[in-house]
Write a protein that binds this ligand. Sequence first.
Ligand code: CTP
Ligand code: MG
Length: 229
Amino acid sequence: EQRIALLPAAGSGSRMASAIPKQYLPLAGQPVLRHTVQAFMIHPAIDRIVVVISPEDEWFDEYDWQFAQSKLTVLRCGGASRAESVRNGLQAIAPVMADSSWVLVHDAARPCLAQADLSRLLQTLADDPVGGILAVPVADTLKRAGEGQQVVETVPRDGMWQAQTPQMFRHGVLSKALSGELDAGVTDEASAIERLGYAPRLVAGSARNLKITFPADLALAEWIIAHPA
Ligand code: CTP
Ligand code: MG
């Protein structure tokens, strides 16, 4: 089976509030996106890496992607939301994908993905008919807020997991899941798959696989890269 990494990288990084989109900010001397691409480049089980950037992207071409040439495809078909960017990328690769091929959707903004976590995801799901995601058990106590931003209840955190990426699904199932209306409830691929009635599997990942969202996350990513597990 083919295994394709699909990297949505068409966001503007509004919460990061930096001059350039966060996927291009320097991290340990290289743009964030290069680290993310590298994780899939060096993994022998990944056949191709498809990066989805914005049609208005002015940064991608500023960097040298030679190191990834044997696997990398860049598509300028990013959409208004992450889900749209993923759907557009999926549609573009559909002609060369069998329904049973794997698509691993991974945030460009998660540059610290460890090879061991990627391997565990691939191995755990290898025979699964649908797929699943990397996730970590929730560490904090959870509160549900009411109208006045007061606690309505404490939500038991047993059995609660925080979704990460990669989110790995069979191409046929994922295309179907993302073919309908993409409302705000579709915050990740798994939620779209769940709407079809499937139960994606949770594969234990690591807190090191953080998403860079706010400036402090970039500092933490620097530390993680400087201190390999
Ligand atoms: N993404 C995308 N297309 C969009 C929005 C997001 O491809 N229209 C990508 C981002 O580039 C990122 C990933 O989806 O790699 C996760 O999204 P997020 O962390 O929310 O990034 P941004 O949307 O760029 O940031 P923000 O929400 O703070 O604006
Ligand atoms: Mg966003």
